[in-house]
Ligand binder design. Sequence first.
Ligand code: MG
Length: 386
Amino acid sequence: MKNVVVLGSTGSIGRNTLSVLSDFADRFKVFGFSTNTNTDLLQKQIQRFQPQMVAITDRKGFEAFQKTDETEILFGIAGLKKLCSEPEVDLVINALVGSVGLLPSFEAVESGKDLAIANKETLVIAGGLLIRKAKEKNVRILPIDSEHSAILQCLLTGKKEEVRRLILTASGGPFLDRKKEDLKNIKVKEALSHPTWEMGKKITVDSATLMNKGLEVIEAHWLFDMPADKIRILIHPQSIIHSMVEFVDGSLIAQMSVPDMKIPIQYALFCPERLPTNNRPLDLTQVKNLTFEEPDQEKFPCLEICYQALEMGGTAPAVLNAANELAVKAFLEEKISFVDICEIVTATLKHHQVMENPSLDDILNADKWSRQEAERIINSRSEVGM
Ligand code: MG
């Protein structure tokens, strides 16, 4: 019986994770979980799973919460860190959104817990440090992101030195077939309707700009120790092949399934074991066509900027990520246009003095600097009416 903590249990990945965990209640005990603001759902999850402790990161939500004797209620980032470091906990599943996931990830690894990670920002911002720390502490980092789960599965068919390249697939998002000049008039509502996956707002916008795929390149670089020039992106609108590995003998190994996050979540929980479930199997006669195309770098400049940040190294990916979080927020608040998102990220990165081999503190400082700089750029643009 493993004790599991789910950070971000009220989000899309978190809810799916609790559902998988309840399918395997004989193998896992839900020790604790957390939410930011969705305390109504948290209350229901507490009744259902009866965890030892939960954390609420939003102050108002925490203060208004009806406390009971059975479950300890923790507050803020300190609460998340406590959940990750309790001695009884065996596995932490980080399904937080954004860079708020960073410190809890490090706390889990530092405390010797295996970490299943859906919070890609942790790996983008500080992947090098986290992977090093995990080796030192002899803990496993398991990807939940569907692409990285696919690559992990494909890699099992060969040796590392036999890999020619990793191929990350991308649905292409809702604007795959739009003209470049139409993108600046995209409305928030349009950006929030993803063709194949149902996800939170931030990641849905990231999927529309293809920033999400660029961040996944950085994520793959750290998870699989692969240089940027060996990671390729291929647009595959059906989201059936979740990613592929090309080997030196010309073999291309792909992992396929219906687009359902329960499958990569379960793989992270049991990997490399596979257990039977009721997940819908893939019927290729229903899918009929699997299509592929090169991504349009001009229409989606976020891809190139992610490769550049990886090339720049050091604090650059952290700056890229923070500027993107700020820009996406400004877009959702209708302060900037859809195409401004990448322009703001690019401008912020351009103003940044990269620091090589940063410590966690250096990374946190770069993240803070980037938010201020992106905010400054956003405000100066709206002043001149751009
Ligand atoms: Mg993904």
